[in-house]
Design a protein around this ligand. Structure first.
Ligand code: CP
Length: 315
């Protein structure tokens, strides 16, 4: 079973998650070969449409599409007609006329990829919408977790930081829970939502959270751009209370706990410099796995070929 679009984690079944994670493995194996390309999407076009900044997601979609032999068209949003006031809907209509098969979109507005998916026959992939979802980040996170813990059910992952504003926290915790992982949230009370999926343990004190015995500490970037009113006194204070300080790093290192972070990292805020060179830091592995995970998504989706085609169709 394949889908037209990849918009969130919540709507994926466990079987679909397992299929995508299994599919990412042979794509990652390609990276070690001298020829890293396969012809799977030859003749298809992938359009990337990023209305928000991105390094990892944007470039890894481009690499993923090229390794599948697709043609990649990157719409340079800051130099596009968007700055002349063209709406996203009109931009998508224009691009639709160019018959892109896949549209990869990032936008600050939650729900926009869903709206585009209804508008176009192309497969739409959500590369991050507001504080709502970042499903390919979740997929690469789960793939990375499984490389360390092939049977992740029962493992504990502590997600630390600004959970309220984080699309990464929402999608990744959702996917980890689907895999049977125990999830903990740690952050300032105002940044940890009271409501959410069942089965999440909430902490406001880092030392208490470490006593819980996490196998992985997953640090979130502090997103100043999504906070209208700052929720903590300052970045130094944030580091002292919710960061992996040198002292906490010693404890984490002693336990052999793994560290994850979606990037970009604010050194000296979420973590001290030493964490970047820690042998159990999975941060670079996450970036590498982003390509394989996104290849799996592109390969799995089935763009529509006619008006009104249903979202789901069989392989
Ligand atoms: N993790 C992530 O989404 O990073 P970018 O903003 O660099 O794409």
């Amino acid at each position: 079973m394949a889908r037209k679009d990849f918009l969130d984690i919540a709507s994926l079944t466990r079987e679909e998650v397992d299929h995508l994670l299994d599919q990412a493995t042979p794509f990652k194996e390609l990276f070690t070969r001298s020829v890293k390309k396969v012809p799977a999407l030859k003749g298809k076009s992938v359009l990337t449409l990023f209305y928000e900044p991105s390094t990892r997601t944007h470039s890894s979609f481009e690499v993923a599409a090229k390794r599948l032999s697709a043609d990649v068209i990157d719409l340079d949003v800051p130099h596009s007609s968007a700055v002349k006031g063209e709406t996203v809907k009109d931009t998508v209509d224009t691009l639709q006329a160019m018959r892109a098969d896949y549209i990869v979109v990032r936008h600050k507005m939650s729900g926009l990829p869903q709206a585009i998916a209804r508008q176009t026959k192309a497969s739409v992939i959500n590369a991050g919408d507001g504080a709502h979802a970042h499903p390919t980040q979740a997929l690469l996170d789960a793939f990375t977790l499984k490389e360390v813990f092939p049977s992740p059910a029962g493992k504990k992952v502590l997600i630390v930081g600004d959970i309220l504003h984080s699309r990464v926290a929402r999608s990744t915790s959702n996917l980890f829970l689907k895999l049977g992982v125990e999830v903990g949230f740690l952050g300032p009370g105002s940044l940890v939502p009271k409501l959410g999926p069942a089965g999440i343990t909430r902490f406001t004190d880092f030392e208490e959270a470490l006593k819980w015995g996490p196998d992985v500490v997953y640090l979130l970037r502090v997103q100043m751009e999504r906070q209208d009113v700052p929720s903590f006194p300052g970045l130094q204070e944030y580091h002292r209370v919710y960061g992996v300080t040198q002292e906490r790093f010693k404890q984490i290192q002693g336990e052999g706990t793994y560290i994850m972070h979606p990037g970009p990292v604010n050194r000296g805020v979420e973590l001290c410099h030493e964490v970047m060179d820690y042998e159990h830091s999975l941060i670079n592995q996450q970036v590498e796995n982003g390509i394989a995970a996104r290849m799996a998504v592109l390969y799995w989706l089935k763009p529509g070929t006619s008006e009104g085609e249903p979202q789901h169709e069989t392989d």
